[in-house]
Design a protein around this ligand. Sequence first.
Ligand SMILES: Nc1ncnc2c1ncn2[C@@H]1O[C@H](COP(=O)(O)OP(=O)(O)O)[C@@H](O)[C@H]1O
Ligand SMILES: [Mg+2]
Length: 476
Amino acid sequence: MTVVWEPAHSASASLRSSHEGTDCLPKTGAPATFGQLLRAHRRRQGLSLTQLAARVHFNRGHLSRIENDRRSPSVSFAEACDRALSTGNNFTAIASALEAAARHQQGWLQPAQLPAAKHNFVGRRDHFAHLDGLLQCHEQSLAVPVAVVNGPPGVGKTALAVQWAHRAVSDGHFADGQLFVDLQGPEPGTAAAPSHILADLIRAVGVPADRIPADLDQRAATFRSCLHGREVLLVLDNAADAQQIHPLLPGSRGCAVVVTSRSRLPGLMSLVDTVTLPVTELRRPEAAALIRAVIGDARADADPAAVAALAEHCGHLPLALALAAERIVSRQHPSADLLATELRSECARLDLAEGGVRLRTAFDTSYRTLDEQSARVFRLLGRLPGRLIDAGITAAIAGVGEDEAARLLRGLAGVHLIRRHDDRHYHLPELLRAYAADLARQFDGESEHTEATHQAADPVAVLNPPAPPSLVASIA
Ligand SMILES: Nc1ncnc2c1ncn2[C@@H]1O[C@H](COP(=O)(O)OP(=O)(O)O)[C@@H](O)[C@H]1O
Ligand SMILES: [Mg+2]
């Protein structure tokens, strides 16, 4: 079968078919639509709607809407039809042409706002696979997939979201565009207002400024209308909370959203279906690979042991690793060995900085979101090196009841300043522990230190089971 695409006048696909077996097509001589061709092929092969739906992994309702020209076919749907009906790439070619025509409809300015991908990106294969899987599931669903990438400051949330987005685009997804917004969370007072963000987003897809409504709900509705029927990726970077994100979410299938946040975004799941992808520090070989990628093979090969030591001192945290590696490249420390020696000091690690990027500042922005009580507990926890923490020990060092301690620990884990170990226990990743201890030295002085450690002495011994070897290795 060959199908000639003619520019569509309406939403339905307009096709002329020169077909060896046109017996199933309406014999009007009129151009056949995508839907009519699909129905003809399905019937010729003796398949019911339900049977074809099962073969293409789209639901029966979707198939029926496309056969009746009440919905435009996506390219991925057309590919599935070609596979199921053995029609070469005929349906795919038609759907691609229809999409291209729709894309060039007046007024749509195809956004391509992703920041550049990284040449030196390492690891995160599991996360990529998860996100890819989300896209595939979504092709069979009416919902807009929303993935929330969360983790502590500097762990590589933005880098991961951007890198995956570029991969997805180069694989042919999101052909109508990619939007990227820095939501400027999580510090109180700095988060961007949804209404302003929506105005930017609506402008970015080609709506003139004088046609953007003033009201938040109307802006949200306009944005959803703009995205309807399009395949657009929305990356919402650095989200403050669920309320900030909710008005920005597209409403119709074809789009997908990746949110990054230091918070677990409580309440978001009750508003929309989301998949959460926690991000933690890199694995040991990946951490060394990141340093090697930046400093180059020659420097890394000159002293692999120093590179490994550097990776450990940086707690495998990408931001610290990137800053340390840059220091070597900029020749402030001409060798990995010299820098590794300096970074034996915890203070020197926290002082890692290049240009305007400082490790300590990244931690500060999370710490400043804490209320006074949580901030105090976080500082005190910094004085328990290598310990698993539970509500009992926290109650003892902070002088609060166990229920209150448990609540405070949940809050700290919620913003990724401590990490959940199991149902009862938490720990601090090494750099965050050093940061908390440093704050305690500055703000709480020795008296609270001595008192807290004294109070903690017994409960630590009684309540904390020995950490499993892997954890001891990572936090000791
Ligand atoms: N997987 C990775 N490979 C290489 N560099 C990375 C990786 N993850 C993060 N980085 C680098 O580490 C730094 C911090 O990453 P970023 O994504 O900004 O962290 P976050 O968004 O979690 O605060 C950036 O310089 C980034 O390019
Ligand atoms: Mg970020």
